[in-house]
Design a protein around this ligand. Structure first.
Ligand SMILES: [Zn+2]
Length: 112
């Protein structure tokens, strides 16, 4: 079967290749704690090719928003929580805003 994330061959009985499983483990460990830039650094530190990491971040295997969208949603939720606002942000919403074209970093004030 092909990998759900990078679309490369993953194996007969697995839908996630070894590399993406590794990237996903890093995502699970740090989600909500670091922003997109830091995540990229952490993922690049694995030594995997950048193209592979980009494919992983852009993957949206369940149509719920890509890993990149999820990272943004997680970190936005944490930022709001730090300000005392309980408002879970969802990757689907990030995806919707991004696709609409008026996407801006959640939590950032609009430019006047
Ligand atoms: Zn993969």
């Amino acid at each position: 079967m092909r990998c759900l994330y990078c679309r490369e061959w993953a194996g007969w009985f697995t839908r996630t290749c070894v590399d993406c499983a590794r990237l996903y483990a890093i995502y699970q460990t740090h989600r909500g704690q670091v922003g997109l830039g830091q995540f990229l650094d952490l993922l690049l530190a694995t030594g995997l090719p950048r193209a592979k990491i980009e494919a992983f971040l852009a993957a949206d295997p369940y149509g719920e928003g890509s890993i990149r969208d999820r990272i943004i949603a997680d970190v936005s939720t944490e930022l709001l929580a730090a300000m005392g606002v309980h408002a879970p942000q969802h990757a689907q919403e990030v995806k919707r805003l991004r696709e609409k074209g008026d996407w801006r970093f959640l939590g950032e004030r609009p430019k006047e």
